[in-house]
Write a protein that binds this ligand. Structure first.
Ligand code: A3D
Length: 320
């Protein structure tokens, strides 16, 4: 059986880490695409040279040509720029919207059958734009944010309870940003909801609230420490978990920005919800009961995403 093909659009901090993890897990052969000449070629060669040491087989290549992504099974998109001091959100939106336009055209022409995972920020609006530009079926394109946000939540909870991260599950809904909705009553330690653990005295409501707040601001915490960029190890690990679920038809239940067509009362918006990822891409969108407070928080988060989508339409009417 021929190896799967994984194309990484953007070979920066996350792109390089994705390429490393995909190789170590032997998910397939890897093509790194970037407009920065030499960067994808250099990273591809460096990674290939690590393969004899770590004992994995994967062919690596770097390119500036979309023709080289032809036939890719999975594409992970990190192309774009992060926000720099003095830049407004609209500036960032305008630049990355253009990037999504060109990436979308490349995918449309050369790899229309791929399962595409977008990571570029502002996430929920960029995956929406990438779908429009690529014309991909809605079940074949998702945004990565929820796996990362819930991984942060799980890590902080495991630290708080002094238990293995493996036994902590966490549930995060909504857009990627400060308005995301971490749901305590659907998050558990070995099946015991956090709300029960507070009653059992494992932690206090105040400490749990602080952990939820830290989760919401998790991206900013890393930016403040790094100063020159944003998180890349955990974002890459999260997208690889999604890619693996698709490539191996694992049908994992993962939170991701998926295209909603009426679920949760939301239409034509990509926003974070639990989904099943299998060989057919998004195989199911899981709709859970929300209480009034959770509904209000989710609605606020969706409104923020809708605002960004409207801004995209304003910048480039072709997306309207
Ligand atoms: P960075 O290291 O700057 O890499 C981005 C790469 O994109 C660079 O190598 C650029 O040369 C390349 N690039 C720019 N324009 C194009 C283009 N038109 N075509 C192809 N390549 C291009 O950034 P990074 O890897 O740290 O982050 C990438 C993106 O992910 C940013 O938008 C971040 O904001 C975003 N991000 C999202 C999350 C989520 O959870 C959603 C987390 C962390 C970062």
């Amino acid at each position: 059986m021929a190896r799967k093909k994984i194309a990484l659009i953007g070979a920066g901090q996350i792109g390089g880490t994705l390429a490393h993890l995909a190789g170590l897990k032997e998910l397939g052969d890897i093509v790194l695409f970037d407009i920065a000449e030499g960067t994808p070629q250099g990273k591809a060669l460096d990674l290939a040279e690590s393969s004899p040491v770590d004992g994995f087989d994967a062919a690596y290549s770097g390119t500036q040509s979309y023709a080289d992504i032809a036939g890719a099974d999975v594409i992970i998109v990190t192309a774009g720029v992060p926000r720099k001091p003095g830049m407004s959100r609209d500036d960032l939106l305008g630049i990355n919207l253009k990037v999504m336009d060109s990436v979308g055209q490349g995918i449309k022409q050369y790899a229309p059958d791929a399962f595409v995972i977008c990571i570029t920020n502002p996430l929920d609006a960029m995956v929406w734009a990438l779908q429009k530009a690529s014309g991909l079926p809605r079940n074949k394109i998702v945004g990565m944010a929820g796996v990362l946000d819930s991984a942060r939540f799980r890590y902080f909870l495991a630290e708080e309870f002094k238990v293995s991260v493996e036994d902590v599950t966490a549930f995060v809904l909504g857009g990627h940003g400060d308005d995301m909705v971490p749901l305590a009553r659907y998050s558990t330690v070995a099946g015991i909801p956090l709300t029960d653990l507070v009653k059992l005295g494992w932690t206090s409501q105040e400490r749990l609230d602080a952990i939820i707040e830290r989760t919401r601001k998790g991206g900013g915490e890393i930016v403040n420490l790094l100063k020159t960029g944003s998180a890349f190890y955990a974002p890459a690990a999260s997208a690889i978990a999604m890619a693996e679920s698709y490539l191996k038809d694992k049908r994992r239940v993962l939170p991701a920005a998926a295209h909603l067509t009426g679920q949760y009362g939301v239409n034509d918006v990509f926003v974070g919800v639990p989904i099943v990822i299998g060989a057919n891409g998004v195989e199911r969108i899981v709709e859970i009961e929300l209480n009034e407070a959770e509904k209000a928080e989710f609605a606020k988060s969706v409104k923020a995403v809708e605002g960004l989508i409207e801004a995209c339409k304003g910048i480039n009417p072709a997306f309207a």
